[in-house]
Design a binder for this molecule. Sequence first.
Ligand code: F6P
Ligand code: MG
Length: 448
Amino acid sequence: RPEPPREVWTSEKGSMARETATTRWPKIVQNMVDDLEESFGQSDNKEHIEEGRRIQATLRIIKGEIMQDNQLHPLSSDGCPDIQTYNAQLESFSNITWHNCPWLFAECYLYRCVQTLFARSQFWRDYDIFARQKLSAFIASHTAVQELSERYVSLTEATGALTTAKATNDTEAERLLFSEMTEVALWGNATDLSLLSALTSSSLDDLRSLQGSAAIREGQARIVSNDVPAAWDYLRSHRGAPQRRVDVVLDNAGFELLTDLVYALYLLDAGLASAVRLHVKAMPWFVSDVTPRDMDVLLSALADPAVFPGAGNPSVQELVKRLRACCESGLVSVAEHAFWTTGFDFQALPEVAPELHRDLLDSALVVFKGDLNYRKLVQDANWPHTTSFKDAIGPLRGGLKILALRTNKADVCVGLTKEMMDRVEEEAPGKAWVRNGRYAVISFSDGI
Ligand code: F6P
Ligand code: MG
């Protein structure tokens, strides 16, 4: 295995890391300040508001510290053991500042730091500072939600393509459906909210342009490394075995979560999985990531026409009914683990969370959604883009069966051929193809 290059630091001029540290982080923290202000307007409990104002003042201080490039200081304990781990890791980097630190660690630290403010409070302990943004972006996705529901329900009708392909053993049709459903889950990731740091009407238009079946079809040529054939061969050859649990390490709530739930239903309906387990983040994370509550928020929104414009659509209703039934029967379940919100990359999994690692070794396939999970898989290191995915995931290549579905939103990206690299650098120069979320990778490792 080639030696991993150094992980990305925010001090690197011209890097996405630097842009994030100097521009995006202050905006993201400002959005938190604004969100609290909105909540104050909806409360008439004085103590509640006063405590909220103290949290808000600390958020303003954090924003100032980021902008002035201050040093990162140890986190205050909020009773959870991961704080010590964060502080030990911070110490190992010795005296890092916001504009001169490992990007991956510092961004995790930022969200964990914000969480301590709420966790240490009396009235705001369960507050999700991103809930408002997540729900409004989901509501704005209603057209794509209806389209996807109609498509999936039609595939599984008595004469639908999925039902027919299974009944007639039409492997070519099955392969195409696998590809389509995998791409739906992939492009669902284009809509994370930390890139759209304020939900303006133009960013909502951007968001809509990334959703829907036409966008998915057009997107095929922009999958710069595509292991769908290998993933399909692997899943197909193991179909029918009694214990075929698929795990999905989720990324964003709202529309992306819906695409993941549809993917879960599809894997079950197609006989490719016997159960699906969804891994969520234990706290508000990277703006739009799924927390345990977001599953319920989504299903309730979809059932309430007063909240969600497409709730009356019969296919949406049918989909919600099926999803609820799968959750109730345990075919689809939700799991939480503190490892997913540490500052470690995933190559530390066997060492830092050995019981979770052992558990995932039993899984038929672990699907990792999104940009951050991908960066963590490849150690957020500046690999040459032609490095193979298996080389980049290091120790994880042995054992875990991994499928990464990621739209590119950060400089790190592997698995390209030289020809593809030349093509995309010409087509989307200035690193646009790794940064703007319009290109993507589907990477598979068979664990061997
Ligand atoms: O800011 C860090 C980052 O990982 C970006 O690279 C990306 O824009 C965003 O967070 C999250 O993207 P995703 O929701 O796909 O993980
Ligand atoms: Mg995310």
